[in-house]
Design a protein. Structure first.
Length: 380
């Protein structure tokens, strides 16, 4: 019999705060971290993005070190999450998992390319430094699977814990925005001219964002562990290098299989935390998937208008916000939404909805046709 996996502690560091609760409260009150700004280190023109002030998190690193900005952000988030945790992070029964899409790629912009630099930009090298900072000697795991990285990392951690390989998992997701990252999305013409508008008829693309988010999972049943990850499914339709499926059938299949594994019916799902990037194709595909899964009347939200697209942190950040939603019995609205702009009927959450809740689904999709769905349930 497999072990149940519980949410033990969590943290979010973003422009909206350095704790999960601060971020949640700011989103609930209609705030966004996306600002119009000129940052010549990223682009010569003005941009709308959600960028973190280094002074908001670097003071959490209390020693002289050679950590990069990306690594420092991840470490700071873990440290904050551990304030609420009772696990032994140095134990051989605890695994560290890093979710990121770009890691230290910014180092390529201003440093000579040599053997040492290749080592420094290795995602595994960063994961090892982070784990060793907390005196954990287990071999860490890196999950870098485009925009589903955060959800994929949680699902991977669940599998390791439920099968008894480990008892605890520290899952951290982080990404920072550099000229390299920004120029890539700019070349796709995927960036919004203002603050993004998920699922809206006038949406024109994404905003990029910086964040770190940490979820600590455990198999230990404790009084504070009221939320479980019930099931998760990862798939890939290999539709296109950058374009999502035209039908949404593959994401719908992941959703259906997650519900089946979680042994929950459609009417037991209280809301969907969507990927909702505000690009024309992603939102249309997700909407079709929800429609195919008969989730038309279930409230859907996207938090991209509050945080921007935080890449490897997105799935973790949005999961944490949804976990707090479940605990507080309030569904967060979709910032920036104007008027429905997808070809099927879905129910976009436009204002906070207060109701007693039991479970939610988190979805994500990314380049190369990857997609994931996970079900979380609050227990009595």
């Amino acid at each position: 019999m497999s072990n149940s996996v519980f949410i033990h502690a969590h943290n979010i560091i973003s422009p909206l705060g350095v704790t999960s609760e601060a971020n949640f409260d700011n989103v609930l009150h209609g705030k966004t971290g996306i600002q119009k700004q000129l940052n010549i280190a990223i682009d010569d023109a003005e941009l709308h993005a959600s960028l973190i002030d280094d002074n908001s998190f670097l003071h959490f690193i209390n020693e002289q070190n050679n950590f990069t900005r990306f690594e420092s952000l991840a470490i700071a988030s873990i440290q904050q999450a551990l304030k609420e945790a009772t696990i032994d992070v140095s134990s051989e029964k605890t695994i560290f998992i890093l979710s990121t899409t770009k890691g230290n790629i910014a180092l390529l912009e201003n440093n000579e390319v040599n053997t040492e630099l290749y080592k420094r930009i290795s995602l595994f090298h960063s994961a090892k430094l982070i784990a060793q900072h907390f005196n954990n000697q287990n071999t860490p795991v890196v999950i870098s699977n485009a925009c589903i990285s955060g959800i994929a990392a949680i699902i991977y951690a669940k599998r390791m814990l439920e099968n008894g390989v480990y008892e605890n998992a520290v899952v951290v997701g982080a990404d920072t925005i550099s000229k390299f990252v920004y120029s890539g999305f700019k070349s796709f013409h995927a960036l919004s001219k203002g603050i993004c508008k998920p699922f809206s008829f006038d949406r024109d693309g994404i905003n990029l964002g910086e964040a770190a988010a940490t979820v600590i999972l455990t198999t230990s049943m404790q009084s504070q562990n009221k939320i479980m990850i019930k099931a998760g499914v990862i798939g890939n339709d290999a539709n296109h290098l950058s374009g999502p499926s035209k039908t949404g059938e593959e994401l719908s299949l992941a959703i259906n299989k997650s519900l089946e594994k979680a042994q929950l019916s459609l009417d037991e799902i209280d809301f969907i935390s969507a990927h909702g990037t505000a690009t024309p194709y992603n939102d249309e595909m997700e909407a079709k998937a929800f429609h195919l899964s008969n989730l038309n009347v279930v409230p859907v939200n996207s938090l991209k208008g509050n945080f921007g697209h935080t890449l490897g942190a997105a799935g973790l950040l949005e999961t944490i916000m949804s976990i707090i939603s479940l605990r507080e019995n309030v569904i967060l609205p979709t910032y920036g939404f104007t008027k429905i702009g997808v070809p099927v009927d879905i129910t976009i959450c436009e204002k906070p909805i207060k109701k007693v809740m039991r479970a939610f689904i988190k979805t994500a999709s990314g380049f190369g046709g990857c997609h994931a769905a996970a079900v979380f349930e609050q227990i009595n």
